[in-house]
Design a protein around this ligand. Structure first.
Ligand SMILES: [Zn+2]
Length: 453
């Protein structure tokens, strides 16, 4: 097929380039060859004159024309480079996205959130780990709270379904589902004079009661608002977040040579030339295949929760492959390139340098890699699918969530009870099931390699 097409398109190209060489500028000139044929030799004189004129033009003007043309092209190219490098970012900063319908997603402008109290921060750390939807403007695919108990050498993970309903808490959120917070951060009340966010007691008649300046509404920060959801709803501190854009998951897996996944049933992934069928059992999936396998095409809340539980082994395989490398190799050959690609892993900047932050993540993974796999435990947030106002949500069971957080996610903090949680419970028709599993139960030997082209 391709071989048949090529010559004909080559012909078309050479024909059109030939036609465009005729001196006539009017579009009608294109029909001239056909006319000439039907008129026989009657146009010879004009043709001859035209040819001569063209030859003369070519002789006297071509070198100068060429020089001018090349000079102009060089100047034009230089201008393009300058515009792209200097002016475009400035304009982008000034006006934002050109498309008025585009959802503006602010970058990691983290304004402030509750981190682990300093008196216990050397014993325990809290992280958010998750996967974004198709892009940063859609609902997230998955989200989990990770508690690393450094003293006990244990890691507990609570998956929070992205359909989970948020409380209607003092207008903290612009949306009701936790998976939509990043793409729709709540705007904040801001004092330009004090250069800080202002809260209820200090807000008086649209002015900051402390300094008297007029308050303004400022676009909220996506990461801050998402972290606040964990601070307020579940009374949990967050020290950092590692959220994969789908592109960064694809790239990470590619740099790792694929992931070995135990498929519960046969599956076809990819489309067109990339379409590939996999039988049930352990298979090595490439980057794009992993992303497709991870993303859920289900719409039912309960189905999405089950899908997430079934995909735990992808996170385990990803962790195994990363932790098999020493921190330096992990940084140089995997995470540094990923962070400098188009879709970096979203993380909180702890230093002035992305390199420092990425190295810190590599050190953390290498450190965790030394712990026994039995010490890592997944828990689904206990709750159930439910409807409110005609919308489908996942709702956590408040008493069960409080018990789980106190038992597995609060090793050194003040005791946590239901009273500390602002999360909303729509209904509780049965006991929740956290489908507890350790990494040891989900581990597949990582031996397959897919060449990265
Ligand atoms: Zn002020």
């Amino acid at each position: 097929m391709a071989d048949n097409k090529k010559p004909s398109s080559d012909k078309r190209v050479s024909l059109s380039s030939r036609v465009s060489k005729t001196p006539a500028k009017h579009p009608a000139a294109k029909t001239a060859p056909a006319k000439r044929g039907s008129n026989g030799g009657s146009v010879n004189l004009t043709q001859h004159t035209a040819k001569k004129a063209a030859a003369h033009q070519a002789k006297s003007k071509k070198p100068v024309g060429k020089i001018i043309m090349w000079s102009l092209m060089t100047v034009f190219l230089a201008l393009c480079v300058v515009l792209f490098i200097v002016v475009y970012p400035l304009l982008k900063d000034m006006f934002g996205s050109g498309d008025p319908n585009a959802v503006h997603v602010p970058d990691e402008d983290v304004i402030g959130f509750t981190q682990t109290p300093s008196d216990i921060s050397d014993k325990v750390s809290y992280y958010l780990v998750g996967l974004f939807g198709e892009d940063l403007t859609t609902q997230m695919e998955s989200l989990a709270l990770v508690c690393y108990d450094k003293d006990a050498g244990k890691v507990n993970i609570m998956e929070v379904p992205t359909d989970t309903i948020l409380s209607n808490n003092d207008g903290h959120w612009a949306v009701r589902k936790i998976g939509n917070v990043w793409s729709n951060p709540k705007s904040i009340t801001w004092c330009d004079n004090c250069k800080k966010q202002v809260f209820a007691p200090e807000i008086g008649d649209n002015t900051h009661s402390v300094c008297g300046s007029v308050l303004t509404a400022k676009e909220g920060s996506a990461p801050t608002n998402l972290i606040e959801a964990f601070n307020y709803e579940y009374s949990m501190p967050i020290d950092n977040y590692y959220l994969f854009q789908q592109g960064s998951l694809k790239e990470t897996v590619e740099f790792l040579g694929g992931l070995d996944i135990k498929l519960e049933k046969s599956i076809t992934l990819g489309t067109g030339d990339d379409k590939k069928h996999f039988e049930a059992g352990v298979q090595t999936l490439g980057g794009a295949q992993v992303v497709e396998y991870m993303t859920c095409d289900k719409t039912g809340v309960a189905d999405k929760v089950n899908h997430q539980i079934a995909r735990r082994q992808v996170w385990v395989a990803l962790f195994q492959r990363l932790a098999a490398l020493d921190a330096d190799t992990m940084y140089k050959e995997v995470l540094y390139p990923v962070m400098n690609w188009d879709n970096p892993i979203k993380m909180h900047r702890l230093s002035d340098y992305m390199e420092t932050d990425t190295k810190e993540l590599c050190q953390l993974i290498a450190e965790l890699g030394k712990l026994p796999k039995e010490n890592f435990t997944f828990y689904m947030m206990p709750g159930e699918a439910a409807k409110s106002g005609g919308v489908s949500y996942y709702t956590g069971h408040k008493s069960e969530v409080a018990a789980l957080l106190q038992q597995a996610f609060n090793p050194y903090g003040d005791p946590l009870t239901e009273a500390n949680l602002t999360m909303e419970e729509i209904t509780k028709t049965k006991n929740g099931d956290s489908k507890q599993q350790t990494f040891a139960q989900l581990t597949v030997e990582q031996t397959g390699i897919i060449a990265n082209d």
